[in-house]
Design a protein around this ligand. Structure first.
Ligand code: HEC
Ligand code: HEC
Length: 351
C-alpha cells in the first residue's frame, strides 16, 4: 500500500515538473505494481460473503459442543451428532445415505451442519423450522440415535458434571430436552465458515481466485445457477423443484416438500442446499447419487437449466465451487464428563 502511494506521488511529481510535455500517464511497470491498495468490496453480486460467527453466550456454546459430540444421547451409546455430521469432514458423513442405529441405512443424504443456521428451515423438506427444533429429531429417530427424549435427559441428569453445567448455563436445577436442544443449536450457530477465497475476491482481492475460477463464476451466473444458489450460503433460502427441465432419475422414494405441505405443487421440491464447502460434502443430492462435483454440475445443468456443458465449462464451474471452501470451525475437542454409577447403561447393537 505504501509503495503504491509512493509511486502515485512520484508520478504526480513527474507530471508537475514536466508540465509542458504531453500528460500521458506513464504506466507503472508490472514488477512494482502493488496489489490493490484499498480493497473495494464488490457490490451487486448475487453471492455475498459470510461473516464470522458471533458468539453471544460462550458457556452455552461450550455445553452445546459437548452434547453434539456425546454418543450417550443415543440408545447404543455409540452414535453422536458428529457421527453423521463429522466436523473433520465438512460437517457431513460423506456417505450416500447415513448409517444409524443397528446399522440402519437411512433414506437420505446427510446435509452439512456448517452454515446451517442460515437455512430458512431445516431438513431437505424443511420440516423443522430451526436448528433447535431440528436437534430433537435425530435423538428420537429409531433409525438414527434411537433414544427417547426422556431417556436422553435421564442419562444427562445422572452425570453430575452435566447437572452443574446446565445449572450454570440455564440457571435451573433440572435438565430437559428443551435445554438440550437450545444448547446444541447455540453451538451449531457458531459452525460458520468465513474467509473462503471466493469471499476474499468478493471483498475486493482480485488475486484471491484464479482465472478459471472466475470464468466458472461468470458461467454460474450467466447460466442461471444463481436463480437458486444465491445469497451468503449459495442456497438454503428457498425450496425448488429437482428436475425442472427434465425429470430427476432416482431410486429414492423421498418426495420432498410435499411431505410437509401436502401440496401437490411441492412434489420433488427440496431445500436448495448450500454450496459453501461443497468440495468437502460429497456425495451430492438428497439421494447421494452424484459421487463427484463434476457429476453434480453436469446433472444440475441438464435437469435444472437444459444446458450441456463442455468439459472445460464443467471444469471451470467445479473450480469455482471449490473456491467456496472457507475456514473450518476451529476448537478444542471437548472432554466429556464421565458417567456416574447411576447412569443407565448403553445398549450397543450387534451385527
Ligand atoms: C444417523 C445419522 C445422523 C445423526 C446421528 C444425526 N444426523 Fe442430523 N441429519 C442426518 C440426515 C440423514 C439428515 C437429513 C434428513 C432429512 O432431511 O430428512 C440430517 C439433517 C440435519 C440437519 C439439517 C441440515 C439442513 O441443511 O437441513 C441438522 C442441522 C442436523 N441434522 C443436525 C444434527 C444434530 C444436532 C444431531 C445430534 C442431535 C444430528 N443431526 C444427528 C443424519 C444424522
Ligand atoms: C431451479 C433451481 C436450481 C438451479 C437453477 C440450480 N440448482 Fe443446484 N440444486 C438445486 C436443488 C433443489 C438441489 C438439491 C436437489 C436434490 O438433492 O434433490 C441442488 C443441488 C445442487 C448441488 C449438490 C449440492 C449438495 O450438497 O448435494 C450442486 C453442486 C449444485 N446444485 C450446483 C448447481 C449448479 C452448478 C447450477 C448451475 C449449472 C445449479 N446448481 C442450478 C436447485 C437448483
Amino acid at each position: 500500500m505504501k509503495m503504491h502511494i509512493l509511486a502515485v506521488t512520484l508520478l504526480a511529481a513527474g507530471v508537475v515538473t514536466s508540465c509542458s510535455k504531453k500528460e500521458e500517464p506513464k504506466p507503472v511497470p508490472a514488477a512494482v505494481q502493488p496489489a490493490a491498495p484499498v480493497l473495494q468490496p464488490r457490490t451487486g453480486e448475487p453471492v455475498t460473503p459470510i461473516a464470522a460467527p458471533k458468539v453471544a453466550d460462550p458457556a452455552m456454546v461450550e455445553l452445546g459442543k459437548k452434547l453434539f459430540f456425546d454418543p450417550r444421547l443415543s440408545k447404543s451409546g455409540f452414535i453422536s451428532c458428529n457421527s453423521c455430521h463429522n466436523l473433520s469432514m465438512g460437517g457431513s458423513d460423506n456417505l450416500k445415505s447415513s448409517v444409524g442405529h443397528k446399522w440402519n441405512q437411512g433414506p437420505i443424504n446427510s446435509p452439512t451442519v456448517l452454515n446451517s443456521g442460515m437455512n430458512l428451515a431445516q431438513f431437505w423438506d424443511g420440516r423443522a423450522k430451526d436448528l433447535k427444533e431440528q436437534a430433537g429429531g435425530p435423538i428420537g429417530n429409531p433409525g438414527e440415535m434411537s433414544f427417547t427424549h426422556d431417556l436422553a435427559v435421564s442419562v444427562l441428569q445422572s452425570i453430575p458434571a452435566y447437572v452443574d453445567e446446565f445449572k450454570k448455563v440455564f440457571n435451573a436445577d433440572t435438565i430437559d430436552i428443551d435445554k438440550v436442544t437450545t444448547a446444541i443449536a447455540a453451538f451449531e450457530e457458531t459452525l460458520v465458515t468465513p474467509n473462503a477465497r471466493f469471499d476474499k475476491w468478493l471483498n475486493g482481492d482480485d488475486a484471491a481466485i484464479t482465472k478459471e475460477e472466475l470464468a466458472g463464476y461468470e458461467l454460474f451466473k450467466s447460466s442461471g445457477c444463481t436463480n437458486c444458489h444465491n445469497g451468503p450460503a449459495l442456497g438454503g433460502n428457498s425450496f425448488q423443484k429437482m428436475g425442472i427441465v427434465t425429470p430427476f432419475m432416482t431410486k429414492s422414494k423421498v418426495v420432498g416438500r410435499i411431505a410437509v405441505t401436502k401440496d401437490i405443487a411441492d412434489r420433488f421440491k427440496f431445500k436448495v442446499p448450500t454450496l459453501r464447502n461443497v468440495e468437502l460434502t460429497y456425495p451430492y443430492f438428497h439421494d447421494g447419487s452424484a459421487q463427484t462435483l463434476s457429476k453434480a454440475v453436469e446433472v444440475m445443468g441438464q435437469i435444472q437449466l437444459g444446458k450441456t456443458y463442455t468439459p472445460e465449462e464443467n471444469a471451470s464451474l467445479v473450480a469455482f465451487l471449490k473456491s467456496l471452501t472457507g475456514d473450518q470451525p476451529k476448537f478444542e475437542l471437548p472432554q466429556l464428563p464421565p458417567s456416574s454409577d447411576t447412569t443407565p447403561a448403553p445398549q450397543p447393537f450387534g451385527k
